[in-house]
Design a binder for this molecule. Structure first.
Ligand SMILES: Cc1cc2nc3c(=O)[nH]c(=O)nc-3n(C[C@H](O)[C@H](O)[C@H](O)COP(=O)(O)OP(=O)(O)OC[C@H]3O[C@@H](n4cnc5c(N)ncnc54)[C@H](O)[C@@H]3O)c2cc1C
Length: 418
């Protein structure tokens, strides 16, 4: 089949969805490949968006509707690109789609979940709770179709979900498939992963239960999160009277990640509002090097500064220790404005960890993807029609991703003939 007028988008987060929609609405056929069983990427895990504090589900829903109703977007979830061959104007792409175990007769009725006896860590909630081995990734997930975790499921020797499903939607024998596609351009919108904070010396992530990262905070504050939206300590489920946000955790640091992730300051300022909404009297301590809230986002920073129970301490947190096992935490830092060393006791610490570009192990015949020293894709790729978009290129907020992905779609169109 000819690849004329067809593009491939790798990654179904906000950047990939935008690129796919814009290219399709300009007349291209698009194949959108996403490794998760759902679209939306990291945005689907957010509680609210800065600066307006609206739920990301609104924006996602509009984009999902455009994808659902587009006759020219083919969506492949649980799929990854293995290989790209050919050259400008004609790329042959090999996609490997893993078995979902559930076909499109699924109505998401949930009868299978009640029957399934196996629990597995819920990746959507970053392992802070569990789901059954057959699961709907989250309530608004698209496609609205359950998926089976092939590693957790015990297969046909159990088969309880198959018996329970009234629609014959479950196929435990489903096999992985290889799909060959020809396209004229490829957009990488593979996004980001949170920096693994357990690599940072002295901050206790992975050792102390009450030290969490900023993405975990998004899930804790979300109504469909592990605590139904109640912000509480993971260690003992206690309510919060004090919390510390530790900025640049592993970022702008020669020993870890040198780059600034650009969005973590706004992320933490936003999360101070989550705490304040639930705890009017909580003391909030923000340890920072400098707060980066560019352009009109400065107004949001100014509004947070008016909260007299939010204390900004200009100094990088050097060490976190537990006062007692699973209990309060002591954050040590030097306040560089006063020159004093301080030790602040809090109930919960949120590490503002930065964004790491997702590594996509794709073999490209005729050249390698070009990345900068931090691993983000550069503008110059080995062949025409190979493009990056959104956080695969640099850490930015959603508005910037949407602009960048629209630009990438336009560039992809320039490589297409119909
Ligand atoms: C704590 C925190 C809070 C934030 N809050 C906000 C906010 O309030 N407002 C705001 O504007 N921004 C916010 N951001 C930034 C926002 O999360 C990013 O701008 C956004 O996620 C970028 O979207 P993306 O599509 O580029 O990447 P992602 O959201 O990472 O999506 C990439 C997609 O690609 C898929 N993928 C990866 N590799 C492959 C592969 N090999 N094959 C197939 N698929 C693949 C992934 O599964 C994922 O679905 C926040 C960031 C953090 C850390």
């Amino acid at each position: 089949m000819s690849g004329n007028g067809k593009i491939l988008v790798i990654g179904g987060g906000i950047s990939g969805m935008t690129a796919a929609i814009e290219a399709s609405e300009a007349g291209c056929d698009v194949v959108l490949v996403e490794k998760n069983p759902y679209l939306g990427g990291r945005v689907a895990q957010m509680n609210q968006y800065f600066p307006k504090l609206c739920p990301p589900s609104c924006g996602l829903e509009i984009n999902l509707r455009r994808i659902r109703t587009s006759p020219s977007i083919r969506c492949l979830t649980t799929a990854e690109v293995e290989k790209i061959a050919g050259g400008p104007g004609s790329y042959q792409v090999t996609v490997r789609q893993q078995p979902r175990g559930v076909n499109n007769k699924c109505t998401a009725c949930g009868a299978c979940v009640e029957a399934c006896p196996v629990e597995r860590p819920n990746q959507y909630n970053l392992g802070m709770d569990t789901t059954k081995a057959i699961y709907l990734p989250f309530e608004m997930a698209y496609p609205v179709q359950f998926a089976i975790d092939g590693e957790a499921c015990t297969g046909s020797e159990c088969g309880k979900c198959v018996e329970a499903c009234p629609y014959q939607a479950i196929d435990l024998e489903m096999k992985a498939e290889t799909i060959e596609i020809e396209v004229q351009a490829v957009i990488w919108a593979t996004g980001w992963e949170p920096y693994d904070a357990s690599q940072i010396d002295g901050l206790g992530f992975g050792t102390y239960p009450n030290v969490i990262n900023n993405l975990m905070m998004e899930r804790l504050a979300s109504l469909d999160g592990p605590t139904a939206g109640k912000i509480q300590r993971p260690g003992d489920e206690k309510e919060i009277t004090s919390v510390a946000f530790v900025q640049c955790a592993g970022s702008r640091d020669e020993n870890y990640q040198k780059h600034c992730s650009g969005v973590c300051c706004m992320g933490s300022l936003k999360q101070t509002r989550y705490v304040r909404d639930q705890y009017p009297d909580a003391e909030i301590h923000v340890f920072y090097i400098d707060i980066r809230s560019p352009g009109r986002l400065e107004d949001f920073y100014a509004a947070v500064q008016e909260d007299e129970k939010v204390h900004f301490i200009k100094g990088k947190a050097a060490k976190i220790t537990e006062e007692s096992p699973g209990g309060d935490l002591l954050v040590e830092a030097e306040d560089t404005l006063s020159g004093r060393r301080i030790t602040q006791k809090v109930n919960l610490v949120v590490l503002a960890t930065g964004l790491v570009p997702t590594d996509a192990a794709i073999s490209i015949e005729g050249g390698e993807l070009q990345r900068d020293e931090h691993g983000f894709l550069t503008a110059d790729q080995p062949m025409a029609g190979l493009l990056g978009a959104g956080c695969a290129k640099r850490p930015v907020d959603v508005a910037a991703c949407v602009r960048d992905a629209t630009g990438a779609a336009l560039k992809a169109l320039q490589n297409c003939v119909k």
